[in-house]
Design a protein around this ligand. Structure first.
Ligand SMILES: C[S@@+](CC[C@H](N)C(=O)[O-])C[C@H]1O[C@@H](n2cnc3c(N)ncnc32)[C@H](O)[C@@H]1O
Length: 325
């Protein structure tokens, strides 16, 4: 494989927000090429890092990038939806959340969501609507479901629903109908052709590549991106020590909505509930918000790295137990 070139997004803001966590172990839940991880280990020589990625190429790349840090960095091939089990096995169980206590001893957890530049740039992975490749789109080549199965085996109605929901695509129904009429589809070009046939020419001239939203929707389905994010976040808050922080870089509104909802729930934000609503059994005041609104990339970063354009950064800090429920 070639080099794994991925420019870390909003790295200045991410490092600033993690630079003040207490000494200990941090988790990069989407280590990718190790871009953020390297900057963090350089900025904080007293931190150890566990890096996770479900993509075997990313794991190889991160191990190479982080080799100079020796055993301060350990890289695990796995999914962040299993972050608790991974942290427990890497720390010999010492970071476990004991009983129903929600306190661990991890000082920071970073989620930088979505695809990496190498995933998009390597046509054979099937993520890109440019070029022609088998309909794959799996981030982890060992997982079962492929994009080819989704487009050829899902019912027209399920396809339309997922393209509308995950892609926020206006022409979802028409695209699903074209896909079903053109079956079997084998390559990314077959899928692009079906989208182009379904989307009226007038609309195709607006809003970037006409197949962008459909590809996003199918990729999210293949990789279970939204359910995995919800699971990973739910586990991560319990792994944190007081003063530890969770940061998330989201790249579209569906991801960002899950992050916002989780953060609001952890802060126990009462304004989220109608007056007189019965008090829910969720622990309250687990965290404080570090970002009232999502932080967006600076204009100069977007100019240099277009992939930063849609990034939204949010963070929370774990409060001491006494401030909790
Ligand atoms: C935007 S890249 C991260 C880049 C990294 N922050 C850097 O600076 O090099 C996102 C990474 O998350 C990985 N990923 C996506 N879903 C994952 C999951 N559920 N568990 C672990 N890694 C995941 C992808 O394989 C990809 O390498």
């Amino acid at each position: 494989m070639g080099g794994f070139q991925h420019r870390p997004v909003m790295s200045r803001e991410v490092i600033e927000l993690l630079a003040s966590v207490p000494q200990g172990t941090v988790v990069d839940a989407t280590v990718g090429g190790g871009g953020h991880a390297r900057l963090l280990l350089e900025a904080r020589p007293d931190l150890q890092l566990i890096g996770i990625d479900r993509d075997a190429d990313a794991v190889t790349a991160a191990r190479a990038t982080l080799a100079p840090f020796g055993d301060r960095a350990r890289i695990v091939h796995g999914g962040f939806e299993d972050v608790a089990a991974i942290v427990h096995s890497e720390t010999g169980g010492h970071s476990s959340t004991s009983g129903n206590s929600s306190e661990g001893n991890i000082m920071g957890i970073l989620f930088d969501l979505g695809t990496s530049s190498p995933q998009l740039d390597r046509p054979e992975r099937g993520f890109s609507y440019w070029g022609d490749a088998p309909l794959d789109m799996r981030m982890d080549a060992a997982q079962g479901l492929t994009a080819e199965q989704v487009v050829n085996e899902y019912s027209e109605r399920d396809l339309a629903d997922l393209i509308r929901r995950n892609g926020e695509e206006h022409f979802a129904r028409q695209i699903a109908a074209r896909i079903v009429a053109n079956r079997p589809l084998h390559t990314t070009a077959d899928l692009v052709d079906s989208v182009k046939e379904a989307v009226p020419a007038r609309s195709r001239r607006r809003g970037g590549h006409p197949a962008r939203r459909t590809f996003q929707a199918i990729r999210m389905e293949v990789n279970r991106e939204l359910p995995n994010l919800a699971d990973g976040l739910d586990e991560s808050v319990h792994l944190l020590a007081p003063g530890g922080r969770v940061l998330v870089l989201a790249y579209h509104s569906l991801e960002d909505r899950i992050v916002k909802e989780r953060f609001a729930k952890w802060t126990g934000a009462r304004e989220q509930q109608p007056p007189g609503f019965p008090v829910e059994p969720e622990p309250r005041g687990l965290v404080r918000l570090l970002t009232r609104k999502a932080v967006r990339p600076r204009a100069d970063e977007v100019a240099e790295n277009p992939r930063a354009r849609s990034a939204r950064l949010r963070g929370v800090e774990k409060l001491p137990t006494s401030a909790g429920s």
